[in-house]
Design a protein around this ligand. Structure first.
Ligand SMILES: *Cc1c(COP(=O)(O)O)cnc(C)c1O
Length: 449
């Protein structure tokens, strides 16, 4: 592609992006599609010779976009809503253009150093002390797996089978991390929760005591700040105390709700996390950064280094105290320039700008929760401290699932469900940067009328 052609199609792509960002509502949030429909619409064999970019862009608009569930849509209120904010998109575009690989400091100094700078800013904003070392992973699942690996490497001198702990509301990535590390599915003890879905510290202490007495080796506790089903927050100070008493690694999973601490009134969410050994927060969730970008922090980076540093000759580089080689702290060697989009987002909005959007989302959730509480046919199923409201129609599970389906079929909103206390629960999760009060009220009207 000639520079002139790149300029022409580059402008065309940017125009498409700008139009899309201005009017995402032109598209249904969830496409009405059958599995395999796109596969059948595309050629079975790749082209022998190159095709013109105009045709490729046309097929992107005509075939690909209509087959997408639109996460960057203000009506997206399923799972945890995410956003590719305009500054984040620009950062992603430019990172693709320079295409560095930050395997070592030397292979792309800016990749390593901007990662340290942006994660340093973020560390301060979420209230962690300076000794926490930060690095970027693709997802919280990968971050948590590294936390469990580090926990295991400091515990493995002792004998006894390794066991770890998380609440029964913890994300499945904790169990999967154990699975990936070969610890076995039954290495996770699922600790019961209170009526508001928070881990019971008394039950945790009991389980650890029981395991020690039976000859197991407790090695890791994951506390969740903002669980995936209901956004409940485990009592981190009490859990940290138990972890310290038994010398067990404490990991805090704040993938979603960690972002809320950018607003001072939500600082309580990570109270006690300063005692953790590691923590994960996902800027790609509620911090308006395009997927993927997970921030992993640990106060014991030397443990990860011991567990993961393995330097073949062709990667050996002259040591300098400020030249960090991030490949030494985890599994991946190659490293995308993810920090660039985060830098664009953090600078463009500033802490207060991000906090204002988070605050607005939380206020819509509060208003919705009050409407649910006031409605005779609906009941709320969990507290709504952030931007997620869990509620149900006072009817059967089937009726609740039908209600969600009916709303999703309009293409105006996308909701998902969870199961709490054995019942199907509607879960409305606000988090896209374009979602306004009106989008939330429209979804509620569709549900309640
Ligand atoms: C979303 C979520 C995860 C998993 O995040 P990925 O980045 O998709 O791996 C883990 N923990 C919690 C609490 C989450 O909400």
């Amino acid at each position: 592609m000639s520079p002139e052609e790149f300029r022409k199609y580059g402008y065309e792509a940017v125009d498409w992006i700008a139009d899309f960002l201005a009017h995402p509502e032109r598209y249904p949030v969830v496409p009405q599609r059958q599995p395999g429909e796109l596969i059948d619409a595309l050629p079975a064999h790749g082209p022998e010779t190159g095709e013109p970019m105009s045709a490729i862009l046309e097929d992107f608009r005509r075939l690909i976009v209509p087959a997408l569930t639109h996460w960057n849509h203000p009506g997206f209120m399923a799972y945890f809503a995410t956003s590719a904010s305009p500054p984040g998109i620009l950062g992603e575009m430019l990172a693709a253009a320079v295409n560095p690989n930050g395997m070592l400091w030397k292979t792309a100094p800016a990749v390593t150093e901007l990662e340290q700078v942006t994660l340093g800013w973020l560390r301060e904003w979420i209230g962690l002390p300076p000794e926490f070392f930060g690095m970027i992973h693709d997802t919280a699942s990968t971050s948590t797996m590294h936390a469990i690996a580090a926990a295991r490497s400091v515990a493995s001198e002792g004998d006894g089978r390794l066991v770890m702990y998380a609440s029964e509301q913890a994300h499945s990535s904790v169990e999967k991390g154990g699975l990936a590390l070969g610890l076995g599915r039954d290495c996770l003890r699922k600790i019961p929760v209170d009526a508001e879905f928070r881990m019971l510290p008394g039950a945790l202490a009991e389980a650890i005591g029981r395991d020690f007495a039976a000859g197991f080796r407790p090695f890791c506790i994951t506390a969740t700040a903002g669980t995936t089903s209901t956004t409940s927050v485990d009592p981190i100070p009490a859990i940290a105390e138990i972890a310290a008493r038994h010398r067990v690694w404490l990991h805090v999973d704040a993938a979603y709700a960690g972002a809320a601490t950018l607003a001072p009134e939500f600082r309580w969410v990570l109270e006690g996390a300063e005692h953790a050994d590691s923590l994960v927060v996902n800027p790609h969730k509620w911090m308006f950064t395009p997927v993927d970008l997970s921030a992993f922090y640990t106060r014991r980076p030397e443990v990860l280094r011991q567990a993961f540093s393995l330097v073949p000759e062709y990667l050996r580089s002259a040591g300098h105290p400020r030249a960090v080689n991030l490949m030494d702290y985890g599994v991946p060697l190659g490293r995308r320039f993810r920090a660039l989009k985060l830098w664009f987002v953090l600078r463009s909005y500033g802490r207060e700008g991000i906090a204002d959007i988070i605050r607005a989302h939380a206020s819509y959730a509060k208003e919705l929760a009050a409407l649910v509480d006031a409605h005779p046919d609906f009941e709320r199923m969990a507290p709504a401290p952030f931007s997620v409201v869990c509620f149900r129609f006072k009817g059967t599970d089937e009726e609740n699932l039908k209600l969600i389906e009916r709303v999703n079929a309009t293409g105006r909103a996308f909701l998902s469900h969870t199961v709490l206390d054995g019942k199907v629960v509607i879960r409305l999760a606000i988090g896209n940067i374009g979602t306004t009060r009106e989008h939330v009220m429209e979804a509620w009207r569709m549900l309640s009328s």
